[in-house]
Design a protein around this ligand. Sequence first.
Ligand code: TMP
Length: 253
Amino acid sequence: MARRKKVYEGKAKILYEGPEPGTLVQYFKDDATAFNAEKRAVVEGKGVLNNRLSEFFMAGLNQIGVPTHFIRRINMREQLIRSVEIIPLEVVVRNLAAGSLSKRLGLEEGAALPRPIVEFYYKDDALGDPLVTEEHIIAFGWATQQDLDDMVALALRVNDFLSGTMMAVGIRLVDFKIEIGRVWEGDFQRLVVADEISPDSCRLWDLQTGEKLDKDVFRRDLGNLADAYTEVAKRLGVLPTNVTHAAKPTLIN
Ligand code: TMP
């Protein structure tokens, strides 16, 4: 089979040239990494689940008028996306204290925050993606003040959508990370949600039990990651409920 040209390979995904100019094919791998790839594993079925879940969230955002790079799913592991110019920032929104915020400020995990908090991390693996301020971002030219205002507004709309969607299936959205890209239309740019939205990039806790249903299961050795992601997918109705284990991804089409 003729292979497409690989444009980029990251830790969990590969980008290939798309069928038309301005498009790419995004392929979801089964690789799981944490702590800047110091910890690695192959989790069978993860790529299939994340392809499906990212499709579900991105298509939902598109439907309510929050622009994303997502065009359509192609097959179990691939989706067609718009090619965008990724802004080199990870945008994190937090609803409850957890993870690095808890560590940095000595807050108990699960502690309520007075309001959603938006943070920016500079995307640089060699530096370990450091937290940066708006001053850094503007001074170093990674984004303009207008971009920043638009990014915060976009991130908060994503937070409202994701929080509500997850709440409806008994899951608390603790925090998440998105990446944002520029799409050029002539001299004008639009910012769109890019990369992926999946349990790899969110913290998701069961509302009743507090059980973790996200990548912390892998980061902290709490159990089977594919089982956790399958549970999220089942609740959202993106998998038939009679699928018993993600090790049989052929059941999904
Ligand atoms: P943190 O508490 O480790 O800073 O993570 C905040 C959120 O960002 C959490 O939902 C996990 C997500 N995240 C990523 O998607 N990629 C990363 O590299 C890191 C560190 C966090």
